[in-house]
Design a protein around this ligand. Structure first.
Ligand code: C5P
Length: 232
C-alpha cells in the first residue's frame, strides 16, 4: 500500500520576523496542522534549565530532547497551548532567557538529531505548515512550497518589543536588538543546519510590509503551487 505523504509548506527565517503569525494564519485558512519547531528547542532548553544542566553538555541535552513530554493543545488567539510534563509553559517559553538558551542547545548536533523524527511526525493529512530555521533545508527538504522571510534586525526587535509589551511582559528595545543580533549570529553561523534559505525557497523581505501583505503573498503562492487547495 502506498501512503500519501501530506503536503508541506516550509516557512523559515530569523527570529522575530513574524513567521509564527503568518504560519498560524496559514494553518487556520487551510485547515492544516502547524509545527512550531522553535518551541521544541525552547522546551528542550527550559527542561534543561529546570534540571540545572549545563547548556554545553551534549549527551545530557540529547537525552532531555529525546525524552521531552510535550503536548500541543488547541488554544485561543495566541496559538496552541504548550504543555511540558502536563503543565502549561507558554509564557515562560516565550521569554528571552528561554530563547537565548534555545539557540545554544539548537547548535548541538545530537539535540537536533533527537528532535528530527518528532518534527517529521507532525506531517499528517491534509497538510502541514512547518515554522522554523531548517524546515526547507533539513527537516522537510521535499516540501512543495518553501518560504523564507527576512526583515532588518531593528524592525524585528521593534515587532518583538510590541509583542512582549502587549503580553504585559517587560522589554527593552536596545537589548532586544542586541539579543536578536547575537541569536542571528549563532543560528546562521552554526555548523549543523545553519539558518539559510533552501535553493528552491521563495524569499520575501518583510521589513516594510504589514502582516496582511505577507499573509497574502504566502497564500497566493500556495494557491498557485497546490492544485485544488481549499482556502476558508
Ligand atoms: O523560532 P524560535 O525563536 O522559537 O526558536 C528558538 C531558537 O530555536 C532559535 O533561535 C534557533 O536557535 C532554534 N531553532 C532552530 N531550528 C528550528 C527552530 C528553532 O535551530 N527549526
Amino acid at each position: 500500500m502506498t501512503q500519501t505523504l501530506a503536503p508541506v509548506i516550509a516557512v523559515d527565517g530569523p527570529s522575530g520576523v513574524g513567521k509564527g503569525t503568518v504560519c498560524q494564519w496559514l494553518a487556520a485558512r487551510l485547515g492544516w496542522r502547524l509545527l512550531d519547531s522553535g518551541a521544541l528547542y525552547r522546551l528542550t532548553a527550559l527542561a534543561a534549565l529546570r534540571r540545572q544542566l549545563s547548556l554545553d553538555d551534549e549527551a545530557q541535552l540529547e537525552a532531555v530532547a529525546a525524552g521531552l513530554a510535550v503536548e500541543f493543545a488547541p488554544g485561543a488567539d495566541q496559538g496552541p497551548l504548550i504543555l511540558l510534563d502536563g503543565v502549561e509553559v507558554g509564557v515562560e517559553l516565550r521569554g528571552e532567557s528561554c530563547a537565548a538558551a534555545a539557540s545554544r542547545v539548537a547548535a548541538l548536533p545530537a539535540v537536533r538529531a533527537a528532535l528530527l523524527q518528532r518534527q517529521r511526525d507532525f506531517r499528517q493529512l491534509p497538510g502541514l505548515i512547518a515554522d522554523g530555521r531548517d524546515m526547507g533545508t533539513v527537516v522537510f527538504p521535499d516540501a512543495r512550497l518553501k518560504l523564507f522571510l527576512t526583515a532588518s534586525a531593528e524592525e524585528r526587535a521593534k515587532r518583538r518589543y510590541k509583542q512582549l509589551r502587549e503580553k504585559g511582559l517587560d522589554a527593552n528595545l536596545m537589548s532586544l536588538v542586541e539579543e536578536i543580533n547575537a541569536r542571528d549570529g549563532r543560528d546562521a553561523g552554526r555548523a549543523v543546519a545553519p539558518l539559510k534559505p533552501a535553493a528552491d525557497a521563495e524569499a520575501l523581505d518583510t521589513t516594510a510590509l504589514s502582516v496582511a501583505e505577507v499573509c497574502n503573498w504566502a497564500i497566493d503562492l500556495a494557491a498557485r503551487r497546490f492544485e485544488g487547495l481549499k482556502i476558508s
